[in-house]
Design a protein around this ligand. Structure first.
Ligand SMILES: *Cc1c(COP(=O)(O)O)cnc(C)c1O
Length: 386
């Protein structure tokens, strides 16, 4: 029944209700049996999550999908749905810090072991896959050096061993890469980042390939895990993310164009010893990125010759770029991997990964790129003088 008579709202309504009313027992049974659509309890599903899910399934070419309360909730729900005691997981050694902790500290408590590999080293991946892991978990683009994986090639290697491939596509977004179209079985997005896009949401999403055998059963299993473990997301966050998605393509294309011209400029500046951006021909994965991505994205990192103190001076000299340890906002922000995402790695581990004390990670926004460049020019000049 509509509350708006013979017209309907153009903008999505927000349904904050935690529970729904039903006419009688038959109406209840019909929903449980899937004979009619409807909602019963918001932790099991609500209209705002469902609307958002349909939009995401469309842009990611997913057969089924489900919204979760955060990117980590999505990853947790998916992995808990796929593994059991004694199972073995193969994971990239360059994953988001909390994902690595989840595998290392949490899943190990339930008898699930993980081997970490370099996902860009196909020979290493091929050999480790012979141990028959249940699943392989990688990120399209790594943090913070933006290493790019070849999803299609990893999917072939994994499937040859009956292993499922999960791709965390957060850094690329579906505008930059659609892993399901390249053979991945599952995709996970932290909607908290570029997809919601305005740093006012915490939400995640899981997508399932329409090609996956028993995709429907997997979807039912994951939905159950989300409800039982309490991984669902709120109507408000879903509503805000649906709104953010209306501009996702515009924002990502602009931010990616900005990032490419800024990276090219930055590479030429003195005081900058390295720029890591897959759109630069100096990046080790430039060829794979050019072949497999629709754009190079908005994430990059660069190294200052002045080390930690240089980073401090630059941040103080450029207050226009906010120091905030997340990414994907409409404005340009920077973060410091050695002090945030990789804080608890040993100095030796950081050194091995190329995360030096002078390394800054930049999430490029949609401002006029001339502005971003002018801010940076001012900052580098101040550093030059000190
Ligand atoms: C932020 C992030 C996550 C976790 O997402 P949350 O929404 O913060 O839980 C997972 N993977 C990557 C690559 C991320 O950047």
């Amino acid at each position: 029944m509509s509350d708006t008579g013979s017209s309907s709202p153009l903008a999505s309504p927000l349904f904050t209700s935690s529970v729904y009313t039903l006419a009688d027992l038959d109406a209840l049974d019909a929903i449980y049996e899937g004979e009619s659509t409807g909602f019963i309890y918001a932790r099991d599903g609500h209209p705002n999550a469902e609307r958002l899910n349909q939009r995401l399934c469309q842009v990611e070419s997913a057969g089924h999908g489900m919204v979760a309360g955060s990117g980590m909730a999505g990853l947790s729900a998916l992995i808990l749905s796929l593994v059991g005691q004694g199972d073995h997981v193969l994971a990239s050694e360059m994953l988001y810090g909390r994902t690595t902790q989840m595998l290392r500290q949490e899943l190990s408590r339930f008898g699930v072991s993980t081997t970490f590999v370099d996902p860009c080293d196909f020979e290493q991946v091929r050999v480790v896959l012979e141990s028959m892991p249940r699943l392989l978990l990688v990120e399209t683009m790594s943090n913070p050096l933006v290493r790019v994986v070849d999803v299609a090639r990893l999917a072939k290697l994994a499937h040859a061993q009956n292993c499922l491939l999960i791709v965390d596509n957060t850094f690329a977004t579906p505008i930059g890469c659609r892993p399901l179209e390249q053979g991945a079985d599952f995709v996970v997005e932290s909607l908290t980042k570029m997809i919601s896009g305005h740093s006012d949401v915490t939400l995640g999403w899981i997508g399932i390939s329409p090609q996956l055998k028993s995709a429907e059963d997997w979807a039912a299993q994951i939905r159950q895990v989300i409800s039982i473990w309490g991984f669902s997301g709120s109507p408000m966050d879903s509503w805000l993310t649906e709104r953010g998605m209306a501009t996702l393509e515009l924002r990502m294309n602009r931010a990616s164009d900005n990032a490419l011209s800024f990276a090219r400029w930055l590479e030429q500046q003195s005081g900058i010893t390295r720029v890591d951006y897959p759109g630069l021909s100096s990046h080790p994965d430039h060829e794979i990125a050019s072949r497999t991505l629709h754009n190079f994205g908005c994430m990059m990192s660069f190294e200052l010759s002045g080390g930690r103190e240089g980073v401090n001076r630059l941040m103080r000299a450029v207050p226009e770029i906010a120091f905030s340890p997340s990414l994907g906002n409409v404005t340009t922000t920077w973060s410091y991997p050695a002090g945030t995402s990789h804080r608890y790695d040993s100095p030796a581990q950081r050194q091995r990964q190329g995360i030096t004390d002078g390394l800054i990670r930049l999430s490029v926004g949609i401002e006029d790129v001339a502005k971003i460049q002018a801010w940076m020019e001012k900052g580098l000049k101040v550093m030059d003088e000190s």
